[in-house]
Design a protein around this ligand. Structure first.
Ligand code: UD1
Length: 366
C-alpha cells in the first residue's frame, strides 16, 4: 500500500458535476492503487445549482468543500486559490484533475502547478476565439499549464497543435459529459417533469440563458423578453431560470413582462433536465454543454451566441449558431417549429466511454 497514488478532482460550478461523476465511477476500478478524492470549491452553492446534482449523479459527498461562493472574477479565483492551496499542502496529491472552463478550473490548475503537482485537464483544446468570454481565458491558461490534456472533439486537437502544445500530452478520448447523459437516460425516461410542468413531450420549447452577453444589460434583456413572448405564442415555453438571469430580470423589473404562457421554473436537477431536453421540439440556449447534449440526443438546438468553442455540434450535429440578433433568432426558431429540422450525427467517440479511456491513460502515468 506504500505506493498508493492520490488524485484530487475539482468541481466548482454546475457544468462540472456531470463531468466528474463518470470519472469518479471509472476510478473505482483502480481503487486499490489510486485514491480518488473530490474537492468542491463552492463556486456554485445553491441547493438547486449544486446539491441536487450530487444526488442525481450519485456522487459521494465531496472530500473537501472550500465554500468560496460568488464574487468578482478576481475575488472568486483568488479565494479558490488560497483555500485550495491549503488542501494541496495537506494532502500532497500526485495529480489534480480539472474539467471545463469555469473560474474554479483555472484557479485550481494554477495552484497545483505552482506546487509542482501534475495537472490533468478534461475537455481541453476547445476555443471560441473570443477573449471577452471569461471561459476562453480560463481554457487557454489551463491548457497552457496542463500536463495531460483530454480532448472531446477533433477541433481541440487542431487548436492545441496550433498553439504548439506537444502532442505527447494530448489524448482524444471523447466527451465525459455525454458519458453521464447516456448513463442516466434510462432514469430520465422515468422522470415526471412533463406532468409536473403540464407540457406534452415533443411540443414545447426549452430555454436556458445565462451568459453575460445575453442577460447582463437592460437592453438585451428587454429584447429577450420580447423574443420569448413571441415564441410562447407558438408553443409552450419552459424556462428554468439561472440565478444570474433571474437576478438581472428582477433588477430591471422585467420579470412581470414575461408572458403568462412561459413556464418559469427554478434551476432543474440533472435527470429531469435531460428528460426535458430529450423531448423538446426545440432548445434555445447560450450554454456550452447543452449544445453538446442536444447534438448527442439529435434534438434541434439554436444557440444565441456569436461563437462556439464546440464546432462539431454545428458541423456534425443539430446545433445552429445564430448570434445575438434576436430577430434572426425568431426566424430561425419559427423555421424549426414549422418542420424545417437540421439533420445531425453524433460526433466521433461520444459513446459513453470517455471516462474509462481517461482513467486507463492516467492509471499508466500516475
Ligand atoms: C459560471 C461559469 C460559466 C458556466 C456557468 C453555469 C465562470 C467564469 N462562469 O457562470 O462558465 O456556464 O457557471 O452555471 O466560472 N449564484 C447564485 N447561486 C449559486 C451560484 C451563483 O445565486 O449557487 C448567482 C450569484 O448572484 C452570482 C451569479 O449567480 O453572482 C453568477 O455566478 P458565477 O459563479 O459568478 O457565474 P455563472 O454565471 O454561474
Amino acid at each position: 500500500m506504500g505506493n498508493m497514488k492520490k488524485i484530487i478532482s475539482v468541481v466548482g460550478a454546475r457544468p462540472n458535476f456531470m463531468k466528474v461523476a463518470p470519472i469518479h465511477k471509472a476510478f473505482k476500478k483502480h481503487e486499490d492503487e489510486i485514491t480518488h478524492l473530490i474537492c468542491h470549491t463552492g463556486q456554485h452553492y445553491d441547493e438547486k445549482m449544486s446539491k441536487v446534482f450530487f444526488e442525481d449523479l450519485e456522487l459521494p459527498q465531496p472530500d473537501f468543500y472550500l465554500g468560496v461562493g460568488s464574487g468578482s472574477h478576481a475575488e472568486q479565483t483568488a479565494k479558490v486559490m488560497v483555500e485550495f492551496e491549503k488542501i494541496l499542502i495537506q494532502e500532497k496529491p500526485d495529480m489534480v484533475l480539472v474539467v471545463g472552463d469555469v473560474n474554479s478550473t483555472i484557479a485550481c490548475s494554477l495552484t497545483a502547478k505552482k506546487l509542482h503537482i501534475k495537472v490533468v485537464h478534461v475537455e481541453a483544446g476547445l476555443r471560441s476565439f473570443d477573449m471577452e468570454m471569461p471561459e476562453e481565458v480560463n481554457r487557454i491558461l489551463t491548457d497552457r499549464i496542463s500536463d495531460y490534456l483530454f480532448v472531446t472533439e477533433k477541433s481541440g486537437l487542431d487548436n492545441l497543435k496550433n498553439e504548439g502544445v506537444s502532442i505527447d500530452k494530448v489524448f482524444f478520448v471523447g466527451n465525459v459529459m455525454i458519458d453521464s447523459l447516456f448513463y442516466y437516460l434510462p432514469k430520465s425516461d422515468k422522470s415526471n417533469i412533463h406532468i409536473e410542468l403540464g407540457v406534452e413531450k415533443g411540443s414545447y420549447v426549452l430555454i436556458t440563458l445565462h451568459r453575460p452577453s445575453n442577460v447582463d444589460t437592460k437592453e438585451s434583456l428587454e429584447k429577450l423578453v420580447h423574443f420569448l413572448n413571441v415564441l410562447s405564442e407558438q408553443r409552450k415555453v419552459v424556462f428554468p431560470i439561472h440565478p444570474r438571469t433571474k437576478n438581472n430580470l428582477g433588477k430591471f423589473e422585467l420579470l412581470k413582462t414575461l408572458s403568462k404562457n412561459i413556464i418559469l421554473t427554478d434551476p432543474i436537477g440533472y435527470v429531469d433536465f435531460q428528460a426535458l431536453t430529450k423531448n423538446a421540439e426545440l432548445v434555445v440556449t447560450d450554454s456550452g454543454g447543452i449544445q453538446e447534449e442536444t447534438t448527442a440526443l439529435g434534438v434541434q438546438c439554436i444557440t444565441l451566441r456569436t461563437s462556439t468553442e464546440r464546432p462539431s455540434t454545428v458541423d456534425v450535429g443539430t446545433n445552429q449558431l445564430i448570434g445575438l440578433d434576436l430577430e434572426k433568432a425568431e426566424t430561425a426558431c419559427l423555421d424549426v417549429l414549422n418542420g424545417n429540422k437540421k439533420e445531425g450525427k453524433i460526433p466521433e467517440l461520444w459513446d459513453g466511454k470517455a471516462a474509462e479511456r481517461i482513467v486507463e491513460i492516467l492509471h499508466k502515468y500516475v
